[in-house]
Ligand binder design. Structure first.
Ligand code: GUN
Length: 291
């Protein structure tokens, strides 16, 4: 079994971007991060994104909005950022409070600033294999992890567990592409799938994105397969100062001995999501320069 080291691969991408950004004439790439309310996990992720941006030389701005903000007011903020030529990328950290519509909010971001790739325009571009589009960061990061680990997807069976807009669906579209790291046979499973283990056991590459702690057990994986664990679940742990620890969607201890390659949690997909956001922001800056 080989551990896929997301920290190391993300660092390599961050180092490459740092060199690339040094060579870009001012202004530096600039991303605005919007956080609504006080979700502690979201605060951690946004802080991490700002830290890595600073390291690369990407400017990041934080727009902190109250939990109870009306949708119309949030849309006005997005419109202002869409119209601001100094801002190349806009990201609204999910999850949003219940009263806000993900669809309306994500679709309001101008497609050329949508560095998260959640808008219908960018999902459509992904469907069309349009290289001008922005690929959602977590799915993009999964593809990079596999590429850097020497895992080919051509002709192989990729099984994605989870059908979310943020991970499951774009992941499936990526592996279906006719270009590099595509050409796979893709199956998407979800909470209504009958006999899930019978399907996941067919996976050459299993993407676990169900959002359920330790959901993928040893009987659900094929010996010698590659397992990518997208889950970041907080479970209570009284032995920790924080009172919790992070576990993935895969029962790591039981599954790891069976597989060829697997990502840990933390230190697998998580850092890649951040690295891909940075790559998308640099892409948005360069595209703005020639627009
Ligand atoms: N919440 C969980 N993953 C993501 C992500 O990639 N981007 C944003 N904006 N929110 C998230």
């Amino acid at each position: 079994m080989e551990l896929i080291d997301g920290n190391a691969i993300a660092k390599q991408i961050v180092d490459e971007l740092t060199v690339e950004v040094e060579q870009i004439a001012p202004p530096a790439p600039c991303v605005t991060l919007i956080r609504v309310g006080e979700n502690p996990a979201s605060a951690t992720y946004v802080n991490k994104k700002q830290k890595v941006a600073a390291q690369i030389g990407i400017e990041s701005r934080l727009l902190l909005l109250h939990e109870s903000i009306e949708q119309g007011e949030l849309l006005e903020h997005i419109d202002a950022l869409n119209a601001d030529p100094a801002v190349h990328g806009i990201l609204i950290q999910a999850p949003l409070p219940e009263h806000l519509s993900d669809l309306v909010v994500f679709n309001r971001v101008h497609p050329d600033k949508d560095v998260d790739g959640f808008s219908s325009a960018n999902l459509g571009r992904l469907c069309q294999d349009d290289p001008a589009g922005f690929v959602a960061c977590t799915p993009g990061g999964i593809v990079e992890l596999l590429k850097h680990s020497g895992v080919a997807t051509d002709g192989r069976h990729v099984v994605v567990v989870g059908r979310s807009l943020i991970v499951g669906k774009p992941c499936a579209l990526l592996f279906l592409r006719k270009s590099g790291m595509g050409n796979a046979t893709v199956t998407i499973c979800h909470s209504r799938t009958t006999d899930l283990p019978a399907i996941t056991r067919q996976a050459d590459i299993l993407i676990a994105a169900a959002g359920r702690p330790r959901f993928i057990t040893a009987d659900m994986v094929k010996t010698g397969s590659v397992v990518i664990d997208v889950g970041i679940n907080r479970v209570t742990d009284d032995t920790r100062k924080s009172g919790y620890r992070l576990v993935g969607d895969v029962d790591f201890e039981a599954v790891a001995p069976l597989v060829d390659k697997i990502t840990p949690v933390p230190g697998g997909v998580g850092p890649m999501t951040v690295a891909m956001l940075m790559r998308n922001t640099v892409k948005a800056r360069l595209a703005a320069a020639i627009a």
